[in-house]
Design a binder for this molecule. Structure first.
Ligand SMILES: C[S@@+](CC[C@H](N)C(=O)[O-])C[C@H]1O[C@@H](n2cnc3c(N)ncnc32)[C@H](O)[C@@H]1O
Length: 477
């Protein structure tokens, strides 16, 4: 039988009593978690605190570790997650995404964080709500959102969805399971903490085990940086932070929050990185969008400056338009399809190793067959191009925002949309030439001229698309 909300509440109260034994107030008390191997580290001053090494660290040797028991995890009575499931309202589809924006594990961590006393060492070092208000879009009013992110309507609607999920989760789940004195403001603060400071911890002994999401005292003082300076994993009953390069006294001890687009960094952590900084060690940018064509191999359409892509918000509208069109007609456009016909996040995510990406522009069973499919594909490209052109007109030119992080996101959006508009236009032009049945030589000559007028990444995208989807290999030498 599932526990009643009041049983959960008493469990959380019990936890709270136990953890008050840990109460203390300073960074040194938090550092004591790392005993008996505490290194000498300090934190720099706000606004952008970070962890600084006071002693040298050697590459590939453990630098700092804390017992797993000091983490704030979703660890709860067994039936807790199904309890949350029965309380939470069905997800309303107001977003372009179909995944749950706030998971049950997030909620469990939030409840555990809320149950800690204010005097707890970890809680005392958390940023204040006003610090979160300054950076995290989920705390902004609708008018601030629309002026700071003018043009980026898919990102705005994503954040609005998050805001409305928070309101409904507070009334349906949190108010029932946490202390009766918990206010929405407490909940919002706890959400901002897990959004910007919870990390997934992999178990070194079992790489296939699902990672544990948790708030990581001390280690969460590390800022995000590429390339990776330190990494963390669970080893036995401790989480161990290992330096990957030698560190000298005074060096920043940073980790990586993962390969994320600037839109995602802004949404979850409240900062964004310029395109140079938001680059993976292999040189690929996280701020470009790929549309993958599945064939014997994967082909990415690349925005300038990058390879694999994680940024997708600015393309959502174009893709949704194409999808809607597909649903009106009988054609199979090859989408995997999110619920309610919305484009799923996965449509844009980096494909997995097995090449399971959705085929964006339709079936490619027979790429040498450019007969009946051609018009259909050209129509989709034309629709994508016109929808993207309309989206572009919603941004200021050049984009403006009073938030520097938002400005980075808007600049990226515009750069990526312009890239796709150019790619689409070139594909349409080529399709038009081919339909006029001019000679192969003439078309090849025209393509050579076009190539010289196009950025190399754009041209790669055009060629890849034409060869694979329009079977126009013969025109490209
Ligand atoms: C896990 S905390 C890191 C420690 C944090 N600076 C603190 O004061 O506790 C994540 C927050 O640090 C800041 N941050 C982390 N990496 C950053 C970076 N590369 N640039 C700007 N801010 C960053 C953001 O405010 C983010 O929400």
């Amino acid at each position: 039988m599932e526990p009643e909300p009041k049983q959960i509440r008493s469990y959380l109260e019990e936890m709270s009593k136990r953890s008050s034994a840990l109460s203390s107030s300073s960074f040194d008390d938090l550092l004591a978690y790392a005993e008996p191997f505490a290194p000498s580290v300090t934190i720099s001053n706000p606004p952008n605190r970070c962890l600084i090494a006071n002693t040298p660290a050697t590459a590939n040797e453990p630098f700092l570790s804390i017992p797993f028991s000091k983490l704030i995890t979703p660890d709860t009575p067994l039936a807790f997650l199904s309890q949350v499931n029965s309380l939470r309202p069905p997800q309303t589809q107001t977003t372009t995404h179909t995944h749950q924006l706030i998971t049950n594990s997030d909620l469990a961590i939030i409840l555990n964080l809320l149950s800690l006393p204010q005097t707890h060492a970890y809680k005392k070092l958390l940023p204040s709500q006003s610090e979160f208000d300054a950076i995290l879009p989920v705390t902004w009013s609708s008018s601030t959102l629309s002026s700071n992110l003018k043009g980026s309507s898919a990102l705005i609607s994503e954040i609005e969805s998050l805001k409305s999920s928070l309101s409904s989760l507070f009334s349906s789940v949190i108010s029932k399971l946490s202390s009766p004195t918990t206010t929405f403001t407490d909940f919002l603060h706890a959400y901002c903490c897990i959004s910007s400071r919870s990390f997934s911890i992999k178990d070194a002994a079992d790489p296939n085990a699902p990672p544990t999401p948790a708030l990581l005292p001390l280690i969460d003082m590390c800022n995000h940086k590429r390339p990776r300076v330190c990494s963390y994993k669970k080893h036995g009953d401790r989480v161990v932070l290992t330096a990957l390069i030698d560190l000298k006294p005074g060096d920043e001890v940073s980790i990586t929050y993962g390969a994320k687009s600037s839109s995602e960094l802004l949404r979850d952590y409240g900062f964004a990185l310029g395109s140079e900084e938001n680059t993976e060690p292999d040189g690929s940018s996280n701020d470009c969008v790929k549309i993958t064509i599945r064939d014997n191999f994967l082909v990415s359409f690349r925005a300038p400056g990058g390879g694999a892509s994680y940024s997708y918000f600015c393309l959502s509208e174009g893709v949704n338009a194409v999808r809607e069109k597909a649903e009106e007609g009988e054609a199979d456009f090859g989408f995997s399809g999110g619920e309610n016909g919305a484009t799923s996040f996965e449509d844009f995510e980096e494909g997995d190793e097995e090449g399971e990406d959705d085929d964006f522009f339709g079936d490619d069973d027979d790429d040498e067959n450019d007969g009946p499919d051609l018009l259909d594909i050209v129509e989709r490209v034309a629709l994508l191009e016109s929808t993207l052109t309309t989206s572009l007109s919603n941004y200021d030119s050049p984009p403006t925002s009073s938030s520097p992080s938002c400005l980075i996101v808007l600049d990226n959006d515009v750069r990526i949309i312009k890239f796709y508009v150019k790619v689409c236009k070139a594909i349409l032009k080529i399709a038009e030439l081919v339909s006029k049945e001019v000679s192969v030589d003439e078309i090849s000559k025209y393509l050579e001229e076009m190539k010289n007028m196009t950025e190399i990444n754009e041209w790669e995208a055009v060629v890849a698309f034409c060869k694979l989807k329009l079977a126009l290999s013969k025109y490209f030498c």
